[in-house]
Design a binder for this molecule. Structure first.
Ligand SMILES: *Cc1c(COP(=O)(O)O)cnc(C)c1O
Length: 364
């Protein structure tokens, strides 16, 4: 039960997430798709998402054993991949007991798997660094790792994966370069492949492989730099909404909020909405960042505070205390808020803080 009367909440449309997952599958019809629900499902609630997708997802991907165990303890039986593998050899035991597949991105992880004595054979996804230069085996080390794990009696299934650095820029040649580096590393080896994040699912069909890994697109935001979710077939899953807790008329010359960043340039009507950076709203939102009041676009003026933001309601005669304010979602694309705050949608979604109640809706 939520006893708070503070009007802030994030409505999550589970039917939108299912729609977006199906769309990802339609774009890559020959591939299976791991729904990436790391970081508490990009802030949307991993358990609720996994349940909403339980009947149709081919599997899930998360960052850590802790995230995976939360899903297993909630009754999720589908395949789960640990995207960074295990962080210590002791975790292999947990992965074994709860049936988790793991990425192998380093020599150390490979040695841990070889030395492990699991009760059931393990599934390993060998990660090749095709050019992101973050984690992954060097391309020239792939064949040897494949050989070692292939001879390991307690490794049952092997896949090869890689991750793109610039797939959100469809015109940039780097993704094609990464595909070629990956394919050269795998030359002559029959193995299932996984390359595509959301952006590559949308923009690089030649990288769909056998398993895709959609993350951001499940939540309805466009992963492509140039495309807004408005113009795509994706449906926003999260609508972050609050309400006006103050509406006042100020005079020309009155400064608003900390530091007086905004000064009224004429008599202005100013509203305050109950949300701030402690809720995950970006503190760097500039003057002019859009919000919707009663479904109509308005703009932020003045610095974002810990628990409040200030809005220009001068042209909204009808705005009243208690009126709904959407921060992002069905009316205001989260991409616009991100752009206006020098951040990315990923950070907005994962930054929604624990004090924001998640309210689930499912139209089936
Ligand atoms: C997070 C992640 C994804 C999903 O990326 P999106 O851009 O959200 O689609 C895919 N693969 C790996 C390895 C990841 O870490």
């Amino acid at each position: 039960m939520n006893a708070s009367a503070r009007p802030l909440r994030a409505r999550i449309r589970l039917d939108a997430v299912r729609h977006n997952y199906r769309y990802a599958k339609r774009l890559a019809p020959a591939a299976r798709a791991l729904a990436v629900i790391k970081a508490n499902g990009y802030g949307h609630g991993a358990v609720a998402l996994a349940r909403a997708l339980a009947d149709e997802a081919d599997g899930f991907a998360v960052t850590s054993v802790e995230e995976a165990l939360e899903l297993r303890e909630s009754g999720i039986r589908k395949p789960i991949l640990l995207l960074e593998g295990v962080f210590a050899p002791g975790e292999i035991h947990l992965a074994d007991r709860t049936n988790l597949a793991m990425v192998i991105h380093s020599r150390a992880q490979l040695d841990w798997v070889v030395a492990a004595r699991p009760e059931r054979p393990l599934e390993c996804w060998i990660k090749v660094d095709s050019g992101m230069h973050r984690i992954g085996l060097a391309p020239e080390d792939f064949a040897a790792a494949y050989g070692v794990l292939g001879r390991c009696p307690h490794v049952a299934r092997l896949l090869a994966m890689t991750h793109f650095a610039r797939a959100d820029e469809p015109a940039h040649p780097y993704t094609e370069h990464q595909i070629q580096v990956f394919e050269r590393a795998l030359e002559g080896i029959q193995i299932r492949r996984s390359l595509a994040n959301s952006a590559a699912i949308l923009a690089f069909p030649q990288a769909h492989g056998d398993w895709t890994r959609p993350g951001l697109m499940l939540y309805g935001a466009s992963p492509l730099a140039e495309v807004s979710s408005r113009t795509s077939a994706l449906r926003p899953a999260m609508t972050l909404e609050s309400a006006l807790i103050s509406v006042r008329d100020l005079r020309a010359g009155d400064p608003i909020g900390y530091g007086g960043r905004f000064v009224c340039d004429r008599p202005m009507r100013v509203g305050v909405a109950a949300i701030g950076y402690a809720d995950g709203y970006p503190r760097h939102a500039r003057d002019g960042t859009p919000v919707a009041v009663n479904g109509r676009r308005a703009r932020i003026i003045g610095r974002v505070s810990m628990d409040m933001i200030t809005l220009d309601l001068t042209d909204m005669e009808e705005a009243r205390l208690g009126d709904p304010v959407e921060l992002w979602g069905e009316t205001i694309p989260a991409e616009e808020v991100a752009r206006s705050s020098d951040t990315i949608v990923y950070q907005l979604f994962t930054g929604v803080s624990r004090r924001v109640p998640l309210l689930y809706q499912d139209a089936g």
